[in-house]
Design a protein around this ligand. Structure first.
Ligand code: 2DT
Ligand code: MG
Length: 217
């Protein structure tokens, strides 16, 4: 029997605003590079594509959009990059994704808009490339406040963030065993969070021979 080919690992980092997600993604990227790993960083929403520009304008409240339309655009923004993510992984590059389908579900379902159930929100993302590991940075409302509150964009409000957090918790539970979803206490000091993330990622640093899965498919 021939040996299975090793591909890059697909690492997703999720979290609320002010969870330190962006810094941790950068630290993780640097750590992997220092270990000689080829890394590609992807951020969702990718605001540079034509779809991403519509999303950007919505997030800055420069345009209004139907809740379902914007939800589908966020998903379309992932689908337009899905093939290229898969290609990177197959060529041996590790991909770190700053937000993914889980943000898509959490932020849309938190709107409690009629006809946008959790299941409905999940639908368009079914069969996207599945992460090998998802690191959820859990930050408390107290830490969010202590870190200087929120910015100006849509969704950056304490009561909405709390609802988003609840959906994230549900996703974590429903992902179930074997999905490699880890909630990490992001109230800790930056160095401590980075250390914990590295401990989780290290087994995947040299890639994996596990076939790339499909989300919820
Ligand atoms: P950033 O602050 O990370 O740029 O995110 N969002 C994100 C959604 O509502 N749906 C999605 O599918 C994704 C990926 C989270 C901008 C905001 O967009 C939200 C915060
Ligand atoms: Mg933001």
């Amino acid at each position: 029997m021939s040996e299975r080919k090793v591909r890059g690992a697909f690492i997703v980092v999720e979290g609320l605003d002010r969870s330190g997600k962006s810094s941790q993604v950068t630290l993780l990227e640097e750590h992997l590079k220092a270990e000689g790993v080829a890394v590609r960083l992807v951020k969702f929403p990718d605001r540079t594509t034509p779809i991403g520009k519509l999303i950007d304008s919505y997030l800055r409240s420069e345009s209004e959009m139907d809740d379902r339309s914007i939800h589908l655009l966020f998903s379309a923004n992932r689908w337009e990059l899905a093939k290229s993510i898969q290609d990177s992984l197959e060529s041996g590059t590790t991909v770190i994704c700053d937000r993914y389908a889980f943000s898509g579900i959490a932020f849309s379902a938190a709107k409690n808009a009629s006809g946008m159930s959790y299941e409905w929100c999940r639908g368009p993302d079914i069969a996207l490339p599945a992460p090998d590991i998802t690191l959820f940075l859990a930050v408390s409302p107290e830490q969010q406040r202590a870190r200087g509150g929120f910015g100006e964009e849509r969704y950056e409000k304490a009561d909405f963030q709390e609802r988003v957090e609840h959906v994230f918790e549900r996703i974590g539970v429903e992902m179930g065993d074997g999905s490699r979803w880890f909630a990490v206490d992001a109230d800790q000091r930056k160095e401590e969070v980075a250390q914990e993330l590295w401990r989780l990622v290290q087994p995947l640093a040299k890639g994996t021979d596990r076939p790339l899965g499909r989300l919820w498919a």
